[in-house]
Design a protein around this ligand. Sequence first.
Ligand code: AMP
Length: 266
Amino acid sequence: MKTPLYSIRMHASEAGTHISGAEHLASAERLELLAASLLRRALAHPRGVADEIRITVEEVARQNILGGRLPDITTVQVADFHQGRRAALSRLIAAGVASTAAESAMQALIHGAAPGGAVMRGAMLIAAESGERFEPDPARGIRASRMDLTPAILAQLRQALKLRGLDNPHLCEALVLAGKVLLAPGIVAELCWSDDPGYTAGYVAAPASGYVRFPQLKPLGETRGGRAFFVREAGLNLAALIEFLETAPVLFDRLGTIHPDDQFLE
Ligand code: AMP
């Protein structure tokens, strides 16, 4: 009989405002260490001092867990965040997002996508053609959840990233999140930059191009960040899509290609 697997998730907030969140899928013997590291992380986040930290542990049914291959990684070097944003817009449009929808999502991230200009806890869910926003709670957004990579693949990924000077937790976690988002039905692309003031990189992920990172998508010191998931309206089953993103367990067990050379803009 296979050992059970658990979803362990952390969410930290200060006066009701999102500070940080992270999660894993792990066997019972790893939970104690993971809980300690999630707690450490919640208490030391550059966005602020949490006054509430929740750690949730739930068993997930093994037979429901999907495996998968992580997206390929490409880096596009940019001179500054202005150029980075222009390049990200082009990638979104190439992936099938209408330019008005891509631009308004970017404006929402710049100004804070939650009502009142705050940072959302989750992502915007946006129609790729019309730009209409679908998330039922615009402050919370949609949380992609219950995804991780196997310990063996994590070790291989970190080793491969290290050779390129890219081994950092932001990238590993974002890659896993983007990987799950790209498995969801009808997803056209994702846009993200971090809310961590010290981390300026961001990415556009899309089924055909994988995970395309831009070292600068925001100015250093900026605490506003967020995510936009763009979805095709034709055939959209909103409830099923949200259910998949938030609850379907995905454990990546294969690496994608890490393209060796940075792409430079012309
Ligand atoms: P991070 O990459 O952790 O700095 O998160 C950047 C932004 O992405 C956050 O401010 C949230 O708006 C959003 N976000 C973080 N985690 C998730 C998630 N699991 N699902 C959807 N959106 C998220």
